[in-house]
Design a protein around this ligand. Structure first.
Ligand SMILES: Cc1cc2nc3c(=O)[nH]c(=O)nc-3n(C[C@H](O)[C@H](O)[C@H](O)COP(=O)(O)OP(=O)(O)OC[C@H]3O[C@@H](n4cnc5c(N)ncnc54)[C@H](O)[C@@H]3O)c2cc1C
Length: 395
C-alpha cells in the first residue's frame, strides 16, 4: 500500500501532538516549521509554572472552554487522564499541584518534555523541514514556501499558532492567506493577559510587584478564586486571566470593564460584620490588618480605590472588603498575552477540524478561534485536537 503524504505546517504543541499519533504504516508525515527548532512557545510556556493540563473532572474542565461546545467531543475522547497517561508513556511523569494543575515531576525540565515528544516523533518516522515558512497556495492547491519549495501533499494539517509572543514564530501572518480563500478569520485579540488600571503613582511606588493572594474576582455572576499581582500597567494573574472572555466582551461594548475583588472570599458578609462588631480596636486600618488579616497591599488598595469618606464609613468599607470595584481600561498589548483568541472561525471546520470547503485540510491549536484560561487548559486543548485529527485520519 502506498502511504499518503501528510504535511503538518507549524511545529508547535498541537502539530507535534498530531504527528505523534499519525500511523506511520499509513502516512509519510513531514513537519514544516519556519523556525530552526520545534516548540519554541512550548518552551516559553515551560519557563513559568509549566501546567501541562489540569486534574479536575472532565465535565468541569469542558466548562472552562469558550465556545463550550467546540472542543467538547475531543476533550471527552482525549481527556486529561488520557494526556497524563500519554505523557507517562513517553517517559514524562507528572504530579498534581495544590492548585489541581498537572506539572512535570520535579526535576523534569521543559526541554526534557519537548525532547521526549521529539523522540516519540522520531520513533514514528516523522520527518522535519526547518526554516520553511509557508506563504500560500498555488492554483492547483500546492503549498508554497518562502524558500521556493512547493509541495502537494495528500493531507495538510495547519497548526500555525495564535498571535502573541511573536518571537516564538506564532505571528498570525497567515491570516490573509486563509481570507483570500474565502475562509472566515476573526481578528486576533489578547487573552490570558494583564489589564490596565489607572493606579496612582503613590500606589504603584508602594505596591508594584506585590501579590494579592487568596482573593476572588467577579465579573457579573462569574467568580474566580486565585491570585493577582499589581503591576505598573494594572493587574495580572490567574484570577483575572480566567475572566478574559467576559472582560473582553465588556471592554468591547463600553471601552472599560469593571471587576469586583473579594478580599476575604472565605468569610461571608455577615462574618466580616461580626468581626467588626466584636473588634475592640475601632481604628479602621488596624481592624483591616489585624481583625481581618488583610495584607498591606490589600489595605493600600482599599485606600487608593475608595474615597476618604467611603473608607471612613463603616458600612461602605465593610461592603467593599467583599466587593471592591476595579475599573479595567484595556487589555495588555497582544504580543504580551499568554494566548490569543481569533483566527480561523470555528464554523469553518468540522468536528474533526477539517476545513468545510477544503477536504483533507485541517486546522488545529491556537490558530482557531477558541479560548481557555491558563492552568493547563491551552495545552490540553491542543493535545485533544491533535489526537482527534490523528484518530480520524488513522481510521
Ligand atoms: C508565556 C506563556 C506561558 C504559557 N503557559 C502555558 C501553560 O503553563 N499551560 C498551557 O496549557 N499553555 C500555556 N501557554 C500557551 C501554550 O503554549 C499555547 O497555547 C500552545 O503552545 C499553542 O500551540 P499551537 O500548536 O497552537 O501553536 P504554537 O505552539 O504557537 O506553534 C505554532 C508554530 O507554527 C509555526 N509557524 C507559524 N507560521 C508559520 C508559517 N507560515 N510557516 C511555517 N511555520 C509557521 C511557528 O513558528 C510555531 O512554531 C503559554 C503561553 C505563553 C506565551
Amino acid at each position: 500500500m502506498t502511504k499518503k503524504t501528510v504535511a503538518i505546517i507549524g511545529g508547535g504543541a498541537s502539530g507535534l501532538f498530531a504527528a505523534s499519533k499519525l500511523s506511520s504504516d499509513k502516512f509519510d508525515v513531514t513537519i514544516y516549521e519556519k523556525n530552526k527548532t520545534l516548540g519554541r512557545k512550548f518552551l516559553v510556556a515551560g519557563d513559568g509554572g509549566f501546567n501541562l493540563t489540569h486534574s479536575e473532572n472532565i465535565e468541569e474542565m469542558i466548562s472552562r472552554y469558550t465556545p463550550i461546545s467546540f472542543l467538547k467531543k475531543s476533550l471527552q475522547e482525549f481527556d486529561n487522564s488520557f494526556y497524563s497517561e500519554w505523557l507517562a508513556k513517553i517517559g514524562i511523569s507528572t504530579f498534581v499541584g495544590s492548585s489541581k494543575r498537572i506539572f512535570p515531576k520535579e526535576g523534569i525540565k521543559p526541554i526534557q518534555v519537548l525532547n521526549a515528544i521529539k523522540s516519540e516523533l522520531h520513533e514514528n518516522n516523522v520527518k522535519f523541514k526547518f526554516e520553511e515558512t509557508w506563504i500560500g497556495w498555488e492554483l492547483d492547491g500546492s503549498l508554497n514556501f518562502l524558500s521556493d519549495l512547493s509541495i502537494k501533499p495528500d493531507i495538510v494539517i495547519f497548526s500555525l499558532g495564535g498571535s502573541s509572543w511573536k518571537k516564538t514564530g506564532s505571528d498570525g501572518s497567515w491570516c490573509s492567506l486563509f481570507k483570500q480563500k474565502g475562509i472566515e478569520v476573526k481578528p486576533f485579540r489578547a487573552s490570558n493577559c494583564a489589564y490596565e488600571v489607572n493606579w496612582s503613582s503613590d500606589f504603584i511606588r508602594a505596591c508594584e510587584g506585590e501579590p494579592l493572594k487568596n482573593i476572588a474576582v467577579r465579573n457579573e455572576d462569574k467568580v474566580v478564586k486565585g491570585e493577582l499581582v499589581v503591576t505598573k500597567f494594572g493587574l495580572e494573574g490567574n484570577a483575572i486571566y480566567a475572566l478574559s472572555p467576559e472582560i473582553r466582551r465588556e471592554i468591547n461594548v463600553s471601552n472599560r470593564a469593571i471587576v469586583y475583588l473579594d478580599l476575604k472570599p472565605n468569610l461571608s458578609d455577615q462574618q466580616v460584620l461580626e468581626k467588626w462588631k466584636n473588634n475592640k480596636e475601632k481604628n479602621k486600618t488596624d481592624f483591616l490588618k489585624f481583625g481581618l488579616k488583610l495584607s498591606k497591599v490589600q489595605v493600600k488598595m482599599l485606600k487608593t480605590l475608595l474615597s476618604k469618606s467611603d473608607f471612613l464609613n463603616d458600612d461602605i468599607l465593610l461592603e467593599k472588603v467583599k466587593n471592591l470595584p476595579v475599573d479595567l481600561l484595556n487589555a495588555s498589548p497582544i504580543d504580551e498575552a499568554i494566548s490569543t483568541v481569533g483566527g480561523i472561525a470555528t464554523t469553518e471546520v468540522s468536528g474533526s477540524f477539517e476545513l468545510n470547503d477544503y477536504p483533507d485540510h485541517y486546522c488545529i491549536g491556537e490558530m482557531l478561534n477558541w479560548d481557555a484560561p491558563t492552568g493547563g487548559y491551552l495545552l490540553q486543548g491542543c493535545f485533544s485536537m491533535g489526537m482527534k485529527v490523528a484518530q480520524v485520519l488513522n481510521e
